[in-house]
Design a protein around this ligand. Structure first.
Ligand code: BGC
Length: 730
């Protein structure tokens, strides 16, 4: 049944905070949408918008990404889909695939990585898992929403190539490979235009180029002007109701200011989404099984950064000092819209006590508020001294949506605690809890073992015990570089911007790309993580295929424990015609290898992922040439390399009157045509002599053809130009 214009307007804004608007006369019910992304945050009855009914709090993206395992992300998506069905949720508001441009990003804990391929691969599987349960995803925040400072107004000013290759790439991958039901537009502006009004982004790129079939929903409160938003391609404004906006849409259609087809299409997309959601079966879920899955993912997310002398894993008979308030009061998720009320919460102190064979003594060491307390410090030192091993839990205090961090340093009292405990007991292990990287360099030289425990969700406490005692052999890898200090970071000079603009001055050189391009020392590189075993790599082989490059490498577990290696493929093109980072991640695999065994690992680099965005042609181009394939255990630990020839895409630039003489001669057909014109004009004037002289020709090389023709005595006349262009581009 056709909807009237006012019904179309009404259905394109929400019914309330978490529901779409129903149209009863047309049999369209309201459906529920809710956050996301690492749990189902159904608002509990009562006024508090952020208080949710209990649901499994899975590890936030900062942790799940550190598994580097798409299969785990798929299983997490499936479990979330089951919980959505149990709560009658139609769309879960995630995943967040914005790039971690700066370690200060307030929502870095909700995002996957500083690398677009790692982000895109993992998010694709998460969406597939969720949607396999008949529940929709909302890929967010589209686009270039990599900071919280001024998030509702800031303009992210970014050049086209960087935009395509870095900030849109993960979105493109997820849209083209998993067709999320919805895409959520960001709050911010991109090169001056609000994401909610960005026709190029929402219509030309998202639908036109990528073939997006779902609906575009606004971030909550992102719409400035309903009419401009619908005209740009935004379908559903949230939250609602928005009677004024509905009326403005009706008036714009009636006055002819808004194409009625655009509003009709948006309303139709909302109706389709609601009807699709109506087809999902109801369901329940097993909270214990989901807790176990949350524990498995958390265990796989933990990154072992340092383990001198094999201090870890712990033997079961040692006496242990567990130090730090976070061992007892875990930091397991960040603040804001993604905050979940967990079904239960494991803490590390209880889990370590249960796993340890010997005595465990606890000292808080600091208060969560972070005030210096000499009494707590002294107690911690005494407890550490009396134990075989001291385990110190420290971490960041505030990480929340809506505010960027101002520092990557641990609170001073926590650093003092680490230093004093390490002085009292040389067998000290530090466990970090943090949603984005922390600087480790001031103190990590003083401790033999360091465990990056991120924000691990509700089962983080047991997962940490699993790793400390070796029930899980760590295989997490850094999805973001840990710099020596904040000022080293490529984004440092261009963050957070001023007067409403933030310039993405480092361009393509985000994260490890920037550190590598400047040969800069880092504390722990992108892709890094240790294991309780060791791996050896054999020779790599690479074969070009029609769809990309297939890379094969044998990986041997050379230790005595079963383990998992995350094999990483980095690609570069020496001598490329465009500036590129020294190496870029293009494929990876998390591979279980039993002690003493060898796995023949096969990795596929998709041809699309070799492409760069050519700003002259306005399209992706795979440049032909000898690609260097580096296979390794991190971005700075290359174990095998090989080159492979890849045939390029046709990429001839049409010659124009604005093409330079040099560009004309670099093109075989252009050289022929222009050479003949010069030869014909030989002897005709003062400049003709120049065109006959090779050195002079070099000087002329940068002159656009039209400018050359305008010179007095030029061998070309204005009248020749169009004929030359036609002949060169036939
Ligand atoms: C956040 C979104 C979230 C929405 C609904 C916004 O503030 O940016 O990520 O999905 O609120 O809670």
């Amino acid at each position: 049944m056709d909807l009237s214009t006012s019904e179309q307007a009404a259905i394109t804004s929400g019914g309330d905070f978490w529901h779409t608007s129903p149209v009863e006369s047309a049999g369209i019910p309201a459906v529920t949408v809710t956050d996301g992304p690492h749990g189902v945050r159904m608002q509990a009855t009562g006024g508090d918008l952020l208080a949710g009914v209990p649901a499994t709090c899975f590890p936030p993206a900062v942790a799940s990404a550190s598994t580097w395992d798409p299969e785990l992300l798929r299983r997490m998506g499936e479990a979330l889909g089951d919980e959505c069905r149990a709560q009658d949720v139609a769309v879960l508001l995630g995943p967040g695939v914005n790039l971690k441009r700066t370690p200060l990003g307030g929502r870095n804990f909700e995002y996957f990585s500083e690398d677009p391929i790692l982000t895109g691969v993992l998010a694709t599987e998460w969406v597939r898992g969720l949607q396999s349960r008949g529940v929709g995803a909302s890929l967010k925040h589209f686009a270039v929403n990599s900071q919280e400072t001024e998030r509702m107004r800031i303009s992210a000013d970014v050049d086209d190539r960087t935009l395509r290759e870095m900030y849109l790439r993960a979105f493109q991958r997820v849209v083209t490979r998993a067709q999320p039901w919805t895409v959520m537009c960001a709050y911010n502006r991109i090169n001056g235009v609000y994401a909610s009004e960005h026709h190029w982004l929402l219509t030309e790129v998202l639908r036109g180029e990528w073939g997006f079939e779902g609906l575009v929903v606004s971030d909550w409160g992102a719409v400035v002007d309903r009419v401009r938003a619908v005209a740009a391609g935004l379908d559903l404004t949230m939250p609602g109701p928005d009677a004024d906006g509905d009326a403005a849409l009706v008036a714009a259609v009636e006055s002819g200011d808004l194409d009625p087809d655009l509003l009709r299409q948006s309303a139709e997309r909302v109706r389709e989404m609601v009807l699709k959601a109506g087809r999902r079966p109801a369901g329940g879920y097993d909270a214990e099984a989901h807790h176990a899955l949350a524990r498995e993912i958390a265990g796989r997310a933990i990154v072992l950064l340092k383990n001198d002398g094999g201090l870890l894993p712990l033997g079961s008979s040692s006496t242990l000092a567990v130090i730090g308030e976070f061992a007892r009061s875990p930091r397991y998720q960040g603040g804001g819209s993604s905050q979940i009320t967990p079904t239960r919460l494991d803490d590390a102190l209880t889990e370590i006590t249960a796993a340890a064979g010997g005595e465990v003594r606890f000292a808080a060491g600091y208060t969560v508020q972070g005030d210096a307390d000499e009494g707590l410090l002294a107690e911690a030192v005494a407890v550490a001294k009396a134990a075989d091993v001291a385990i110190v839990f420290v971490g960041s205090v505030h990480e929340t949506e809506g505010a960027d961090r101002t520092s990557i340093d641990l609170p001073d009292t926590q650093v003092t605690l680490i230093e004093r405990v390490a002085a009292a007991n040389p067998r000290t292990v530090v466990v970090l809890s943090n949603g984005a990287v922390l600087a480790t360099r001031p103190w990590d030289g003083k401790v033999p073992a360091l465990v990056e425990g991120w924000l691990l969700g509700q089962a983080g406490g047991s997962a940490i015990a699993d790793v400390l005692f070796g029930r899980v052999n760590p295989s997490g890898r850094l999805a973001e570089t840990i710099p020596v200090k904040l000022a080293d970071h490529p984004s440092y000079l261009d963050f957070p911007g001023e007067h409403g603009h933030v310039r993405y001055g480092e361009g393509l050189h985000v994260g490890y790309r920037g550190f590598d391009a400047r040969g800069q020392e880092v504390a722990y590189p992108f892709g890094f993580g240790l294991s309780y075993t060791t791996f050896g790599y054999g020779a790599a082989r690479a074969t070009a295929t029609a769809t990309g490059v297939e890379v094969r490498v044998p990986v041997t577990n050379t230790g005595v424990r079963d383990g998992r290696e995350v094999v990483q493929v980095y690609v570069s093109l020496p001598g490329s015609r465009v500036r590129r980072a020294p190496r870029e991640l293009k494929a990876f695999a998390s591979v279980p290898v039993a002690a003493g065994d060898t796995a023949d690992v096969v990795l596929t680099v998709d041809r699309d992922d070799l492409a760069y965005w050519d700003i002259r042609l306005g399209r992706w181009i795979v440049e032909g040439g000898e690609y260097l394939i580096e296979v390794g255990a991190s971005s700075r630990d290359v174990r095998a390399s090989v080159t492979v020839h890849v045939a390029g895409d046709p990429d001839r630039m049409p010659l124009t009157t604005e093409s330079s003489v040099g560009e004309w001669f670099a093109d075989p057909r252009g050289a022929e045509v222009l050479g003949a014109a010069f030869a014909e004009a030989a002897g005709d004037g003062p400049m003709s002599a120049m065109t006959a002289n090779p050195e002079m020709l070099m000087m002329l090389a940068s002159l656009p053809l039209a400018r050359l023709a305008a010179f007095p005595g030029s061998p070309l006349s204005a009248g020749d130009l169009e004929k030359l262009v036609a002949a060169a581009n036939y």
